[in-house]
Design a protein around this ligand. Structure first.
Ligand code: CTP
Ligand code: ZN
Length: 151
């Protein structure tokens, strides 16, 4: 069987080794709803890789900013970010979940100080990585569905 499912790209970013089924969440994080911009995006869901199934997202002519990479780490902890320049993989980075997640996830507790008018950035402490469990530094609430609280 022929391996190539989607074409190589000339310039841009390949997000590889995305947890199977999470590609659309990654697209949501990137704000690529299909309504804005004209960058070409290819998505592969549930393709077989060297170590089982995975999703892949390829974005042409665009590199990601560090905040986007941090968000992707929360939904696809094994993803790699491959920067492609002139068809070559110029850089390859593994995403990583930091020990503290600051300003990325909203607390689900409406009474949390991070949800009031106080100028307090959200902050979560990572309790475990596999599976990912995080706890609000301020009110100790643990969000159950982390992707839905990424802002
Ligand atoms: N890729 C691409 N276009 C290119 C070059 C690479 O779409 N011009 C894609 C590959 O298909 C792969 C990813 O970018 O999904 C990383 O490429 P490469 O490092 O060559 O693949 P692997 O060695 O298999 O990567 P890894 O070891 O990280 O699995
Ligand atoms: Zn809280």
């Amino acid at each position: 069987m022929k391996e190539l499912k989607i074409q190589p790209i000339k310039d841009g970013t390949v997000i590889d080794h995305i947890t199977p089924g999470k590609a659309l969440t990654v697209l949501k994080i990137l704000g690529t709803t299909g309504e804005e911009g004209d960058s070409v995006i290819s998505v592969a869901i549930n393709v077989s890789g060297k170590s089982g199934k995975k999703d892949i997202v390829k974005i042409e002519n665009r590199e990601l900013d560090p905040k986007e990479v941090d968000k992707i780490a929360l939904v696809a902890p094994n993803a790699t970010i491959n920067i492609i320049r002139n068809y070559e993989v110029a850089e390859k980075h593994r995403v990583s979940v930091p020990d503290e997640i600051i300003g990325i996830v909203e607390c689900s507790n409406p009474n949390c100080i991070s949800n009031t008018n106080e100028p307090v950035e959200t902050k979560f402490i990572v309790k475990s990585r596999h599976p990912l469990r995080i706890r609000c530094y301020y009110c100790e609430r643990e969000p159950e569905d982390i992707p839905s609280h990424i802002r």
